[in-house]
Design a protein around this ligand. Sequence first.
Ligand code: DGL
Length: 271
Amino acid sequence: MSDKRPIGIFDSGLGGLTVMKEIVKLMPNENIVYFGDTGRVPYGTRSREIINKYAMQDEKFLLNNDVKLIVAACGTVSSVVADTKHSLPVPFFEVISYAAQMAVKATKNKKIGVIGTSATINSGSHKNKILELDSTIQVFTNACTLFVPFVEEGWISADDDVVLGMVSKYLEPLKQSGVDTLILGCTHYPILCDVISKVMGDGVTLINPGEALALAVKQYLDDSDTATDDTTACYDFFVSDKTAAFEKTAEMLLGRKIDYNQVKQVDIDKI
Ligand code: DGL
């Protein structure tokens, strides 16, 4: 039976639009409700307690919008809730497990690198998942704290020496360790993939968690026969703060224009 209800996606801000982009690419007919907690971003530097509390509020907002499943597009949220008892009335997808599976399949030399926010890297979530799948793999990690502000600023060109220098500084230790696969464990990082590729070299496979997650969501919808039978999709965007940089940042992350007037602001604390 088809299910027209939307897919709910949430993130600490607009970064999750990179995940939405992959979902739209693979499932162009699915309706989507996106919530970006732009009033409280970043999550990546916060404590587990606060990240959990925010995630529960974000999920409640999506459930109020009658979604058929929830995607935590945020690497930070996914890392923190991965080992927390998480019971929701609809299926829940996070961006760690599928990225780990894809990386384990991709590596030839059994050396995988993971980059993300401090909260993500400190949680050890990717490493734990990878080792569950194959305990002989070596995992090397680094928190790349400046990647998010650079992307938000639109400084993403592989030809810009400042960007290249910043990215190299964070990635050099991973390059030295000889990883052949690198998980881009944060929503914003796929936007930097040209620079990351230039630094790491062609021999390193970059894993985009949004791509891995979109495949898993599609598989679930097909298996459970709950894909929509709508022929055109409807996208609803909600944020907790409408900021001046919204249009520019959102377009860069989603790869298409969003009509700013259609974006609704919600008071997430009152949900
Ligand atoms: N969305 C976050 C993530 O993927 C990055 C921004 C933040 O720190 O909130 O980890």
